[in-house]
Write a protein that binds this ligand. Structure first.
Ligand code: ADP
Length: 767
């Protein structure tokens, strides 16, 4: 069989070969990934393409179909590549490809036959369509190889990069094969078939297996081998050549010549071994880098880490030593802790930027368990491409991918992974070699105890901090309790003062009344005066007792409220009315915002008036003459823009309150200052009281589902920083939601029985 026939039949073999690859791929994978499906298409087209070529070579038929199939194959290969390399613009490829094929078909329809000078050397003479096909073939080949190469250059992780290099290389071989096939030369056709088939097998392997050999490493080994062979052969060759030259010129049988020959050969043998060793040494130094002194590194490593107790510091020491050997871009120690069925992984970056964010995953089917079992470094490349990892949670895998590390070395303690040493790619871009992986695993094994110690130490530190914080809290609570204790002690003093004053008054007036009555010199006027003084004292007594009752009710059963829709302006008006005269006397300016704008509140009207009365009363008491008291309010919009709450602020320009007491003043019987000073009147400046007003106000506001707090820069009787009491009230308190009354029940002075009736219902209760 001559070579031309052989090359013709080679196309049939190629058809069979591509079909076999197709079938193997099809049956090998239970689930076909998209890229693999496209690739199967490419294989089918390749088989057909060769069949068409065979038909043409034997019968001269269908010449134009050859170029059409070639273009279709290239396009499908383009789409496969776009999936493999993960490009986004696949649709554009498809659209442009379809247009190209259409153009080619149309051109072939209208101009099926043309011959071009200079293209006689092609296996099939292209028509216009064929020419377009060849042009596009060149364009696609260059684009695919070029773009894959660029992606390869942009990829930092060597495993990932190697995969792309594999693809680019296989594409190059495939296209070179195709170029050979197109030339009208049986030998080139035969070679082209073999080359293309090799390229396609390379592509097929890259697609179906994640275990691809390291192209760069193989290439380096090849170069090393070539250099060693050349360097070994060169001196031996030169010597032999020299000896032949010498032998030709001299009489070989003479003694001195034989001796010279022998001497040269002996010297050659003696020098050859050291020379070879030198060559090996130089080549190794040049291409393989320095050798790892494992024992020495491990010794240095364990010495360094045994001195470290802080986790952060430990991370730095570990990564620094590894970096000294491997020259890596980034590295971190990752701490792993377990709580029922979950594990938390916390990165501690030591080299390069990395987030500190902790992540928590389920321990169910976790990578960590696998790591502890396998006890060897995990390669990010395997996590991304190996089918063994496909079953693990995507969250976990994505998180690992985000870290940009190349390997994760488990620090295994018993059955558990206690931590990971995460190492990024090397600066050289080379993949981690087996001896390096072994070394880092050895270092990780050395780390277990140091890591446990460091963690215990940091936990101890944390606990210490917590204890000292608790101590501080306790101290604060203690101080508060001491104050409250004092308040209790003061209560007796206050209560006796507060109760005794009006009682003494009643008693005194009653005595006077009795004495004067015995002497019978009482006028009617005097009787009325004495009676009204007694009356005032009893009213005061009654107020005090009712406030005490309110306070104790708050304590026992909370506050029982009955809700009706009430308007805020009415509440404030009712609360302020009894104080207006006193404000006038003491020249206090009283400003009220437009409260009518607020929505009516579902509230216990009487209680709310009581609370506001206490607050306004306090503002009067603790603001010196000529000061200002103002009441402002605003609706507090909730998320859906409905005014669900209102905020009322009662501000004064008074003496202010020390921040230390901002919470305590709401406690029962708490008052700032000397408990011996009893109340000198409910409206006088610094008039004092039993310390119940704010406690009751707070009880009322909270029973409405609201909140009250005070803001003040501090206490100062000369600078008068003032105080602002903030009250937030819900428009409809949670407790009132079941029994909302009708809108017409809203109490306003005009709508109902008017001012007089109000006062009958509402009692001002400030004491
Ligand atoms: P009291 O009956 O003593 O007024 P409160 O419970 O109403 O009791 O108030 C407790 C303490 O809070 C008061 O003794 C006073 O020192 C302080 N206080 C309350 N309101 C004000 C205010 N507007 N300005 C300054 N201090 C105030």
């Amino acid at each position: 069989m001559d070579i031309a026939t052989l090359s013709t039949y080679a196309t049939l073999f190629a058809t069979a070969g591509y079909t076999v690859v197709l079938l193997v791929q099809f049956f090998r994978h239970s689930e076909l990934k998209v890229q693999l499906r496209w690739f199967l298409g490419f294989l089918a087209i390749s088989a057909l393409w060769n069949l068409i070529l065979f038909l043409y070579l034997t019968d001269g038929v269908l010449p134009n179909l050859f170029f059409l199939m070639m273009l279709a194959g290239n396009l499908v290969l383009g789409i496969t590549t776009s999936y493999y390399v993960d490009w986004s613009n696949r649709r554009r490829w498809l659209a442009a490809g379809s247009i190209a094929i259409l153009a080619l078909v149309l051109l072939n329809m209208f101009q099926p036959q043309t011959s071009w000078p200079g293209l006689e050397n092609l296996v099939i003479q292209p028509s216009w369509g064929g020419l377009l096909g060849i042009g596009l073939w060149l364009f696609i080949a260059l684009t695919l190889i070029g773009r894959t190469w660029l992606s390869y250059r942009a990829t930092r992780l060597p495993g990932h990069a190697n995969r792309l290099l594999h693809w680019a290389f296989s594409l190059l071989v495939t296209f070179i094969g195709e170029a050979f096939i197109m030339v009208d030369d049986p030998l080139l056709l035969l070679t082209g078939q073999a080359v293309r088939f090799a390229g396609v097998v390379g592509l097929s392997r890259a697609l179906s297996s994640h275990r691809l050999f390291d192209i760069q490493a193989r290439f380096r080994r090849l170069v090393v081998y070539a250099i060693i062979v050349a360097a070994t052969f060169l001196p031996a060759g030169l010597l032999l050549w020299g000896l032949f030259r010498l032998a030709r010129g001299l009489n070989i049988s003479s003694f001195p010549t034989t001796a010279l020959f022998l001497a040269i050969v002996t010297a050659g043998f003696l020098l050859y071994q050291p020379y070879l060793r030198l060559v090996h040494y130089l080549v190794n130094r040049l291409f393989k880098g320095r050798k790892l002194e494992t024992a020495q590194i491990v010794r240095r490593y364990s010495q360094a880490i045994s001195r470290t107790l802080d986790v952060e510091q430990l991370a730095h020491v570990i990564i620094e030593i590894i970096n000294g050997q491997l020259d890596i871009r980034r590295g971190a120690l990752m701490l792993v802790s377990y709580t029922n069925h979950m594990y938390t992984i916390e990165p501690i970056p030591a080299l390069g930027s990395l987030s500190h964010q902790k992540m928590t995953y389920s321990t169910g089917l976790s990578l960590l368990r696998l790591l502890a079992r396998e006890h060897k470094p995990l390669l990010q490349y395997d996590v991304d491409f190996s089918p063994d990892f496909a079953a693990f949670s995507t969250d976990e895998r994505e998180w690992l991918a985000e870290q940009g590390m190349e390997i994760y070395v488990p620090i295994v303690s018993g059955e558990m992974t206690a931590g990971l040493i995460a190492l990024g790619p090397k600066h050289s871009g080379r993949a981690y070699q087996p001896d390096e992986l072994e070394l880092v695993q050895m270092l990780a094994d050395q780390t277990v105890v140091a890591l446990q110690n460091a963690r215990l130490y940091s936990e101890l530190n944390e606990q210490n901090e917590q204890i000292s914080k608790l101590n501080k809290d306790l101290l604060r609570q203690n101080e508060r309790l001491e104050i409250l204790d004092q308040v209790k002690a003061d209560f007796i003093t206050i209560a006796s003062h507060e109760l005794r004053t009006p009682l003494t008054q009643v008693k005194g007036y009653a005595d006077i009344l009795q004495d004067m009555n015995e002497e019978q010199d009482l006028t009617r006027e005097q009787i009325r005066e004495i009676m009204s003084a007694i009356n005032r004292a009893t009213v005061r007594l009654e107020k005090l007792i009712s406030a005490m009752l309110d306070a104790s009710q708050l304590e026992i059963s909370g506050m029982a409220l009955s809700f009706i829709p009430s308007k805020m302006d009415t509440v404030v008006q009712m609360a302020a009315d009894p104080l207006l005269l006193a404000m006038q006397e003491r020249n206090l300016k009283f400003e009220i915002d437009d409260l009518a704008k607020l929505p009516p509140l579902h509230s216990d009207f009487k209680r709310l008036v009581q609370a506001f009365s206490n607050l306004i009363g306090n503002a009067v008491k603790y603001t010196p003459d000529f000061g200002t008291i103002s009441i402002t309010a605003l609706p507090v919009p909730s998320k859906d823009d409905a005014a669900d709450y209102v905020e009322v602020i009662i501000a004064d320009t008074g003496i202010g309150i020390d921040p230390e007491y901002h919470e305590l003043i709401f406690e029962k019987f708490f008052r700032i200052g000397d408990p011996e000073l009893h109340s000198t009147g409910s409206t006088k400046f610094k008039g004092g009281g039993p310390g119940l007003g704010l406690h009751i106000a707070k009880g009322v506001i909270e029973a409405h589902g609201g909140r009250i707090w005070v803001e003040s820069y501090g206490y100062d009787e000369t600078l008068l920083p003032g105080s602002q009491f903030h009250i937030i009230l819900p428009v409809v308190p949670p407790a009132a939601q079941q029994s909302l009354p009708a809108a017409e029940d809203i109490l306003t002075p005009t709508e109902t029985n008017g001012q007089t009736d109000w006062s009958a219902r509402v009692v001002s209760l400030d004491v």
